[in-house]
Design a protein around this ligand. Structure first.
Ligand code: FNR
Length: 394
């Protein structure tokens, strides 16, 4: 990373005194409202929309809000290190970009701009299968920085294999298999707009560029035929635990399962040789009424112990949210919607801004809680609910 995250704060104060203020808000929880004013109703509905009545989405935020930090003082926090190790790779911070499909809906450069913007902030990308740009082009945009690939495992196994081989060849170093989407969730915003980006050709670049996918098309297939073929194979509702052995035999990349909430599924994942988990409810976009991801995290962590890395997403918005997730057992977080709003509002620069703000607040939160490294973050930083117990006086 070029500069320490807290330099952002210094830069803003110093440059601000010369009349230069940030182009986008620094309270990352306000970006959604800002993006709502800029985006079309369909685009905003696609990104912000939730499943059903939005109960799980609200629960995700409430779960973070319920926890309070109990900081420690006088611990010499002058030098701080945000870096973490995952799968033998040193990452600058415990934050990666969550896989988000069809990003051209909010900005023409979509995932390419996100990859460049994240790179400038030192944040690795998890690229979605449902990207609007090919995984090879996004690999080029990330340069020599770490990148992971999220697999939506299509029902055509030969296409699945081709995607995995291409991701390996393009230098992606982990596979994040999303398991909470055997079907699209019931999303009223998209339904009300009669809108699904993929049907308009956004988010299918990894398929239309795939030789195996293309081989399955009839000669002279037009756009409608391509989309129809994509729709036939994209979802894979029959996927089951037993299928993982095949994926394992295909690749040596670490395999993470994204969308695990139940501790029994976490145990099953261990039995099936999975290398990591992402505790997630897809940002409340799949099963409305599902438990908040943060509330599911401690039991999943307890189920797997220290055997594998456990990541979390769904509702992470601020630097102190990251601290809370780590204190409850996560090794790292995936950051979702806010970077899409940054992308929508200011392209690649907007993504960098959002991530620099997040990391600046995380870095300051370390100082303010008495930590100098990510390893220092533990359950001791969390206040129990209600007033603190009064110590007995001797
Ligand atoms: C997603 N998410 C997602 N996940 C995935 O595995 N593959 C994908 O293609 C997508 N696409 C996608 C599109 C949009 C518009 C959103 C908002 C989300 C889910 C994503 O990876 C992550 O789990 C959530 O974004 C986390 O919730 P928050 O923190 O963004 O609310």
């Amino acid at each position: 990373m070029g500069s320490a995250p807290a330099d952002l704060v210094r830069t803003i104060y110093v440059d601000g005194s010369e009349g230069r203020t940030p182009r986008l808000p620094t309270d990352l929880t306000t970006l959604e409202d800002a993006a709502a004013k800029e985006l079309t109703a369909t685009a905003f509905g696609y990104v912000s929309g939730n499943a059903g009545a939005g109960a799980t989405s609200r629960a995700n935020r409430l779960a973070f809000d319920r926890w309070r930090l109990l900081p420690r003082m006088l611990r010499n926090t002058a030098a701080r290190d945000l870096s973490v190790s995952l799968f033998g790779q040193r990452l600058p911070s415990p934050v990666l970009l969550a896989p988000v499909g069809a990003q051209s809906v909010v900005h023409p450069e979509g995932e390419l701009a996100s990859a460049r913007g994240a790179g400038d902030a030192g944040v690795p990308v998890v690229l979605s299968t449902a990207a609007s740009h090919t995984l090879e082009d996004v690999a080029e945009a990330t340069g020599d920085r770490p990148r992971w690939f999220q697999l939506y495992w299509p029902s055509d196994r030969t296409v699945a294999e081709s995607l995995v081989r291409r991701a390996e060849a393009a230098g992606y170093t982990a596979l994040v298999v999303t398991v909470d989407a055997p079907a699209f969730g019931y999303r009223p915003a998209d339904l009300d707009h009669g809108y699904l980006p993929f049907l308009h050709g956004a988010g299918i670049a990894n398929f239309t560029s795939d030789p195996v996918f293309r081989a399955g098309l009839p000669d002279g297939a037009d756009h409608a035929a391509v989309v129809a073929h994509w729709a036939r194979i994209f979802a894979n509702p029959s996927l089951a635990w037993d299928n993982l052995a095949w994926l394992r035999s295909l690749t040596r990349l670490p395999i993470l399962l994204k969308g695990i909430l139940h501790p029994d599924d976490a145990r099953l994942a261990m039995q099936h040789g999975v290398d990591g988990l992402v505790v997630s409810n897809h940002g409340g976009r799949q099963l409305d009424g599902a438990v908040a991801a943060l509330d599911a995290l401690p039991a999943v962590r307890a189920a797997v112990g220290d055997a594998v890395p456990v990541l979390l997403d769904s509702g992470v918005r601020t630097g102190t949210d990251v601290v809370k997730a780590l204190a409850l057992g996560a090794d790292a977080v995936l950051y979702g919607r806010p970077y899409l709003y940054g992308l929508a509002l200011d392209g690649e620069r907007g993504v960098t801004h959002v991530l620099r703000c997040l990391l600046a607040e995380l870095d300051l939160a370390l100082a303010l809680t008495g930590c100098t490294s990510i390893d220092d973050i533990g359950p001791g930083l969390l206040a129990p609910p209600g007033p603190l117990a009064t110590p007995a006086h001797s």
